[in-house]
Design a protein around this ligand. Structure first.
Ligand SMILES: [Fe+2]
Length: 192
């Protein structure tokens, strides 16, 4: 939409977004105060899709997890799941919400009539049980997941068979990083 179109819609931009960077005065200056004491460090992961195999932790056959953010005080984790096989991966129930973005390939839940295609954003509500499945015509699936709470693995009747949460993930990542020589504490790079 061009500027004339925006004017016709009469959009009011939030004031913080309107800075005239051509004017050499304080209105376009960066914040120069202090950050609050006790604030965690920011977390920046360049090239999150790099193929560096040391950072892709095997969690199942042909299935890898690359940790991005492991949050122990709010109980969530952000990771990229990469799968190079088709079929059912796992059946699970969520205690918290999940946000997903499909970077490559596709997957679906047989409990639903939609398919998570490349480029899709998906919200999974807390309480939901579903069966993550990669279709036969998909050779490589890559998805960014933000998972709050626990992923409880269940049988088809919903009986619990195990679980994963940020703490079981940290344990797995620690074991792997130790084994490949990065050291178990390498996981701290992703923890907040
Ligand atoms: Fe799920």
């Amino acid at each position: 939409m061009n500027d004339m179109g925006k004017a016709a819609l009469n959009i009011n931009y939030p004031s913080g977004f309107v800075m005239d960077t051509k004017v050499n005065n304080d209105s376009a200056a960066p914040y120069r105060g202090e950050q609050p004491w006790g604030m965690p460090k920011d977390l920046v992961i360049p090239r999150a899709l790099d193929e560096d195999e040391r950072l892709w932790v095997p969690v199942a056959p042909n299935t890898w997890s690359r940790p991005l953010h492991l949050n122990t005080s709010l109980g969530y984790y952000v990771h990229i799941l990469k799968v190079t096989r088709s079929g059912i991966l796992q059946r699970h129930r969520h205690s918290g919400p999940v946000h997903a973005y499909v970077i490559k390939g596709r997957w679906f839940y047989p409990e639903h009539d939609w398919v998570a295609e490349e480029g899709s954003y998906i919200f999974e509500p807390p309480g939901e049980t579903h069966t993550l499945t990669v279709p036969d015509d998909c050779q490589k699936m890559i998805t960014l997941f933000t998972i709050f709470g626990a992923l409880m693995y269940v049988d088809p009747d919903g009986n619990s068979t195990g679980y994963d949460d940020v703490f079981t993930r940290i344990k797995k990542y620690r074991e792997y990083f130790e084994k490949i020589g990065l050291g178990a504490d390498y996981v701290r790079n992703f923890m907040r």
